[in-house]
Every structure is written in structure tokens, then in C-alpha cells.
Design a protein. Structure first.
Length: 299
């Protein structure tokens, strides 16, 4: 290669070498999925059974009961009649426009994804807060998980588990879990050292300091992480519908392929309504928790 070509064209790996690397990696993952795909799928069977049961429960339960329970939960979290009324009106309009079943399906998978993200994310965040080494190991993984295009998650999951609810759920959890991990870590690290020293002076051990001091004081920050996790899970609804997850995402996907503007708009607004309700309720709960902790600290 001449000097002028070397300066104008970036030196690249030989195409045959690149093709060989891709072929090797693709073949290795394909062999892995054929060998262990069924085993991994059977591991997720209990989760699939629970998801199917929960979805059927929401759909088969009379709409008046679901509406009442959702409104009561929003009020319990926010203590706001305005927000509770907004929940009631929003869900009534969603049902009136024929989107009730799809909304229940979306609500079921978002609820399960959020619970999984909380159950896995908070312990990881606690481990990061307790160890700088764990934080150094986990932070780059979280960076990758948050910046990797969502479609890329679908490729290995679909190759391994095929099309269905579980691949969609895994993709949603991977995409949505980083905020709750990061903010749990941050919230615990921000707890005042003097408070911890006082707890230690009163004879509290590590577990007591964590459960009685650090987690309660970090709760507003953790709630902010849970809030972001819910928002990110909802933003994955349409993408997850591409691999067979039923719900509000499928009509939106259908409206894109068939250019149905109104169908896409109505289902998109239903997703927005759910997102706003989750967001306002979790924020209100976090504020109430913070105010309660502030009163305790002041006393």
C-alpha cells in the first residue's frame, strides 16, 4: 500500500479474517443455544407459568374490580385524590376505546419485569455500595446495558429461547434494571457517615445498620431508580412486541407497518397514560417517604 493510500484509507482487517471471526462466534453461539436452549427454557418455565396466570387473572377479573384495585393502589402510594381520579378516568377511557385487554397484558408484563428488576437490582446495588471492587466490576456492565441499542438484546435472546413472553421479559429486564442498581448504590453511599457511626455506637451490627438506617435513608433515591426502571420497561413495550409479547405494543407495531395513524396514536396514548400514572404515584410515594424520614430525623 502506498503512503497516500495509507493516509487516506483507514487500515482494515482483511475481509476473510473478519468473516472467519464472525462465522466462529456465530457458530459457537448457535451450538450453545442448540445444546442448552431447552435446559435454559425449562429453567424459566415457573416464571412463564406465573406470567400467564397473572395475565389471565387481570383479563378475566371483572373490569370494575381491576379499576377499583388500581385506583386504590394509586391512592395508597400517593395519598392524592386527584391522581386516583386521573387513574380511574384514564383506565375507563382506555377500556372505552377497546384497549382494555391489551392494557392488562402490558400491565402484567411491566409489573413482573419491575418486580424482577427490584428483586435482582437492589441486592446488586447494595453489594456495589459495600465494595468498591464490585462497583468497579459492575459499572462497565451497566454502561453497556444502558447504551447498547435495545434491538441488539433481542438477537441472542431469540436465538436462545425463540419467540414468546420470556424472551421479551428478559430483554425488558436487561434494558430496565440499570437505574435501580445505580441509584440503590448511590443512595446507600450518600447516607451520612455520622449517622452510621451513631448506629454503630448504639450496638447495631452490619445487617441492622443496612436494614434500619441505610435502606430507609436511601429509600427516596431507590424509589427514583424504581421510577426510572418502570419508565424504561414501558418504553420497551413496542420493541418487545416484535418478538411475540402481546399488549399495547403490538397495535403500535401494526400501525407502523400498515400506516394506521389513529390506531398507533390511541395505543401510544394508552402507554403514555400508564407511564404518567406510574411516574406520579412512585414520585409521590418517594416524597412521602422522604417527609416521614425527615420528621423522624428532626424528632
Amino acid at each position: 500500500m502506498s503512503e497516500s493510500n495509507w493516509l487516506s484509507e483507514f487500515p482494515e482487517m482483511d475481509r476473510s479474517d473478519l468473516r472467519a471471526i464472525r462465522k466462529t462466534l456465530d457458530g459457537a453461539y448457535r451450538d450453545f443455544s442448540r445444546e442448552y436452549g431447552d435446559l435454559i427454557e425449562s429453567f424459566f418455565d415457573p416464571l412463564l407459568s406465573f406470567l400467564v396466570w397473572f395475565e389471565k387473572l387481570l383479563i378475566s377479573t371483572p373490569w370494575v374490580i381491576v379499576l377499583g384495585v388500581c385506583t386504590a393502589l394509586i391512592y395508597a402510594a400517593s395519598r392524592s385524590w386527584k391522581l386516583s381520579l386521573s387513574c380511574c378516568v384514564s383506565l375507563t377511557l382506555i377500556g372505552y376505546f377497546g384497549m382494555w385487554e391489551d392494557t392488562m397484558r402490558t400491565l402484567s408484563i411491566i409489573t413482573v419485569c419491575t418486580l424482577l428488576a427490584i428483586v435482582m437490582g437492589i441486592p446488586i446495588g447494595i453489594a456495589m455500595a459495600r465494595s468498591n471492587r464490585v462497583q468497579a466490576l459492575v459499572t462497565p456492565l451497566l454502561d453497556v446495558m444502558q447504551t447498547m441499542p435495545a434491538f441488539v438484546y433481542l438477537i441472542p435472546v431469540v436465538m436462545l429461547l425463540g419467540i414468546g413472553k420470556i424472551p421479551g421479559l428478559i430483554a425488558v429486564v436487561i434494558y430496565a434494571i440499570p437505574p435501580v442498581i445505580r441509584l440503590t448504590n448511590l443512595g446507600i453511599r450518600l447516607v451520612d457517615k455520622e449517622v452510621l457511626e451513631a448506629a454503630t455506637a448504639f450496638g447495631a451490627n452490619k445487617k441492622q445498620r443496612l436494614l434500619g438506617v441505610q435502606l430507609p435513608l436511601a429509600m427516596p433515591t431507590i424509589m427514583a431508580g424504581i421510577n426510572q426502571t418502570i419508565m424504561m420497561a414501558l418504553s420497551m413495550v413496542v420493541i418487545a412486541s416484535m418478538i411475540g409479547v402481546k399488549g399495547l405494543g403490538q397495535p403500535v407495531l401494526k400501525s407502523i407497518t400498515n400506516q394506521y395513524f389513529t390506531l398507533g396514536l390511541l395505543n401510544g396514548l394508552a402507554i403514555v397514560a400508564l407511564a404518567i400514572l406510574f411516574d406520579r404515584a412512585s414520585q409521590a410515594y418517594a416524597k412521602r417517604t422522604q417527609a416521614h424520614l425527615g420528621e423522624l430525623t428532626h424528632d
